[in-house]
Design a binder for this molecule. Structure first.
Ligand SMILES: Nc1ncnc2c1ncn2[C@@H]1O[C@H](COP(=O)(O)OP(=O)(O)OP(=O)(O)O)[C@@H](O)[C@H]1O
Length: 256
């Protein structure tokens, strides 16, 4: 099967004034299958965001290439939705208007925009706040709105850079379940960066562990837990074994 996203020998260096170029990412080879949910973990500075930004078309690679559906990425595209840790909502638009925004740009008629937006607002549990402005929402609600907005434009790929990083533990767990439930209904290919080892194991079918200096792929850990994931699974011995394996790979890469 052709991978949905294919990193092919991707490297990125940054020229630092007066110093030798800094290698943020070195020779990344990674295939992500259509409909797959992968998480990416690794110590700070190992090139996770750099890799994602290259796939998003926001940063060009120094060498190598990323293919999406066998076509080299040359810039951002509507088939790739990007969600960052900051909510990036328009403060002067309501929840519904924020979610409709991307649909408006793509020229969808008004009625259609409204029904698509309402569908995704319901999916993320914000129906009662559809007419509220972002300033009236909690951090978790803003992030749900950002997710609904990204989903509404129907991207086949979601690139998520620590989207739940700023949230409290309970909201985070709720959003993880919501995201998985949307993913199973609306099957997308997801690349999700996180610093949270539990989150990495809970969400993914494979955890991609990166190492730093230079940023590179260290290990791929398959998560053999069935979907849908449940709260009981988090407490299982299989889950703890996986969590320990990921933890060791991230924090003790030399012995793994
Ligand atoms: N525009 C830039 N100019 C110079 N160096 C950069 C630039 N962007 C990233 N870097 C460097 O590249 C390395 C990788 O950064 P990146 O943001 O990809 O890491 P990360 O794994 O996502 O880190 P974190 O987990 O802390 O977010 C870091 O050392 C960073 O300082």
């Amino acid at each position: 099967m052709t991978p949905k996203i294919s990193f092919q020998n991707v490297s990125k260096s940054f020229d630092l004034a007066g110093q030798a170029a800094f290698t943020a990412l070195q020779n990344l080879d990674l295939d992500i299958e259509d409909g797959e949910f992968i998480t990416v973990v690794g110590p700070s500075g190992c090139g996770k965001s750099t890799a994602m930004n290259i796939a998003a078309g926001l940063t060009p690679p120094s060498s190598g290439q990323v293919l999406v559906d066998s076509t080299p990425v040359k810039g951002p595209g509507p088939e790739r939705g990007v969600i960052f840790q900051q909510y990036a909502l328009f403060p002067w638009l309501t929840v519904r208007q924020n979610v409709e925004f991307g649909l408006q740009i793509s020229g969808r008629p008004k009625d259609e925009r409204r029904s698509i937006a309402d569908h995704f607002i319901e999916l993320v549990g914000l129906t009662d706040f559809a007419d509220a402005l972002p300033k009236m929402l909690s951090g978790g609600m803003k992030q749900r709105c950002a997710i609904a907005r990204a989903y509404a434009v129907n991207p086949k790929i979601l690139l998520m850079d620590e989207p739940f990083g700023a949230l409290d533990a309970l909201t985070r767990v709720q959003l993880q379940d919501q995201l998985l439930s949307m993913w199973s209904k609306e099957r997308r290919t997801v690349m999700f960066i996180t610093h949270d080892v539990d989150e990495a194991v809970y969400l993914a079918s494979r955890v991609i562990v990166m190492a730093a200096r230079p940023g590179r792929l260290h290990k791929i850990i398959p998560v053999d837990l069935p979907f849908p994931r449940t709260e009981e699974m988090r407490l299982s011995s299989q889950f703890s074994a996986l969590r320990n394996e990921v933890w060791r790979a991230v924090y003790h890469p030399a012995s793994n």
